[in-house]
Design a binder for this molecule. Sequence first.
Ligand code: AMP
Length: 889
Amino acid sequence: MDEKNIPIRTYQVCNVLEPSQNNWLRTDWIPRSGAQRVYVEVKFTLRDCNSLPGVTGTCKETFNLYYHESNEDRESYIKESSFIKVDTVAADESFTQVDVGDRIMKLNTEVRDVKVTTKKGFYLAFQDVGACIALVSVRVFYKTCPLTIRNLATFPDTVTGADTSSLVEVRGSCVNRSEEREEPKMYCGADGEWLVPIGGCFCSPGYEERGGACKACTAGFYKARSVDPACAKCPPHSYSLRDGATVCDCHTGYFRADSDPASMSCTQPPSAPQQLISVVNETSVVLEWAPPRRLGGRSDAIYSVECLIFGPGDRSISNSQTCLPCGSDVLFSPSQLGLRTTRVVVSELKAHTRYTFTVHARNGVSRASGAGSAPSVSVSVTTNQAAPSPVSMIQVLDVTRHSLLLSWQQPDRPNGVILEYEVKFYEKDQKERSYRIMRTFSQTVDVTGLSPLTVYVFHVRARTAAGYGDFSSPFEFSTNSDPFPLIGEGVNSAFLLLSVSGVGVLLLISAAAFIISRRRSKYSKTKQDSEEEKHLNPGVKIYVDPFTYEDPDQAIHDFAKEIDVSSIHIEKVIGMGEFGEVCSGRLRLQGKREIYVAIKSLKAGYSDKQRRDFLSEASIMGQFDHPNIIRLEGVVTRCKPLMIITEYMENGSLDAFLRKHDGQFTVIQLVGMLRGIASGMKYLSDMNYVHRDLAARNILVNSNLVCKVSDFGLSRVLEDDPEAAYTARVGHIPIRWTAPEAITYRKFTTSSDVWSYGIVMWEVVSYGERPYWDMNNQDVMKAVEEGYRLPAPMDCPVVLHQLMLDCWERERAERPSFSQILNMLDKLIRNPGTLRLGSEVCVSVVPEACVPEWSVYEWLQSIGLEIYRETFAAAGYNNLESLLALTHQ
Ligand code: AMP
């Protein structure tokens, strides 16, 4: 009977009085159905051995759960030895009496999980070794991440992975009527929760997102592009009658140009330009007009000017009273077509001629409207008399020592009857200081009385009743038939050469000046920077980059002590570094007691660069002196192999150490470790040193759980490679630990170290879990870029996760400094209540409620102040409660 006195069936065994029990109960074959990890929930009751009269040591209070994977769904006999043990299950509750009348049923529920990946199904078995037990029910299930829609992508019901930390990468498919924005992806976590949505879809044109689906825009609305967030109302003078419009149609009489966006109102062509006036000036006309009364709702009106010529003076045309388009010799300023201004100057017209000018207005929809000619306004003018245009070309027909025979063409536009030509000339060397004039009715002139071997400059102009036209441009001819060695327009080669070389010299000088000034400014900037920095941290030593030394050996001698190899005693290999083995051993220096050390050596066959890189770590480490920075004891450079000797850290690197001791520390102890790391990092940042590779694997732990920052190798790797983030060398960047700005544009600063510190916090609190689990680097970068941040690890106090999130602010200026982090951690350690799981802050005044099982000594130890144990005890601080009375003084 169960608690409600309803009969239930159970499997029972209670052979508590007989020794050596080994009773098995086996399930039928259970198909795996694609599951990789199954959960077994067992409900059972168990009798307390003490309550059974007369039992000896044979009575047990546990049973064992086993499984056996198999493809056979009907195995008749399975050997005990082929079952694998899942766990020994004990009862949380056992009962002492079987009093049917007033029975309190103590039903236990235990859940175990087991990885089943090799066969199609499995059997479960229960082994009793002498308990008094009743098995009430066994429920076997597996977990899935349920079908879901995220960012308009559907993710199917997905079976979780085989391991408790594994993530299953799932690609989503865009929901109906949507398009991919960026490949939609999510991860299915082991507990059936979806994690880290990346990418997603957009609703197609004509559709918008409503309740996780894409719904058609209703009549009167439209959506033109998938990237538009929602359907919008049709713009003025347009409509949509059907659902799902991607664009709205224009009302009759309204149009849309090809280049008009769908969001723009429908518009009309302009009306005609207004108030066209003309001013005639000899053979030019200035036309001016006012914009059309109706611009049609657009601002892109342009004008074109049509020019027609009538024929007074030209009998054939005037007789027929026709007009023709003006020739191409008529000039329009600024232009004839595509005018945005409302003024144009028309020149080079014929004198005494009638013209008609028509100004047309058009805009972006003139063509779309299909109207034949654009609305226009016209004016007719008659030009006045005008002087002839200049003679365009002078030729020499004959040359003697003292004369030149010249000829020319009539001007293009004589604008009347040419009465005579005037020829002006002078010796080129004389310029126009003294010139001579000759007049002639013909188009030739024989200029005589010239000096031999002399260059002369000639200009010709024509005269009509309207007066003289302009002189032609200058033409040069020499009285010598041998050509004068001219280059270009009066520039001789010697000058050219000189000027070319002169420009070259000038360029050289200015380039040199530029380079020098750049160098100077860079130098002075560096100097200034470092001076400023020094000013910011008065009295603090500034780290010196050993790569600024021309001679790496000099850097090593400045910062590291040379150790005689005979004082080192190597004992065993403890790890593998980038340059070779890492060993532990002992070091006995004269006059000092023997200490344990770690010895890194540079493997044989190294290159110069490897030697330099290897020793640089020592040159960097040697500059630091802080309890949370690994201490350099010295180097061996005088004999081979080269060695770097550091203090020995018994517990090795922090990540491996935490994995080994999963779940074994109190939160305060973990925070104590983080405090140490923050303190070391504060010291480094005060010295202007940027670590670039801060990660739990680069923190070493000693036997007192003191954490020290190590690995000063990466700081230079990317320095001179601007392409680093985009090339194969990106492999050098520890992506999961590195701030986004450092990955994308190599902005490595103390703030990017703070980001890495946040990741280290996460590693520590999750006992060495891999940040972002088994996501690949590309996905990590994308997720972080999209604002995803690592969730709080299991059992992580809210305050600590908040501090991590602060370290992972996108804007680096918003991240806390190491000094702020240190203060915060100190505060947490001083008020351990704040670290209570899940709660914002522990408000209990009873300290035990906040810190279970924690002594004053342990507390001091966690903050590295255990030497004050006696002082505290002497002052009467014996329990945590008394600590609450501590004041600042
Ligand atoms: P590293 O080349 O500095 O990454 O060192 C490689 C491995 O050697 C580390 O992961 C540690 O396990 C070990 N190791 C390095 N230095 C020390 C040290 N000072 N004390 C103890 N183990 C060390």
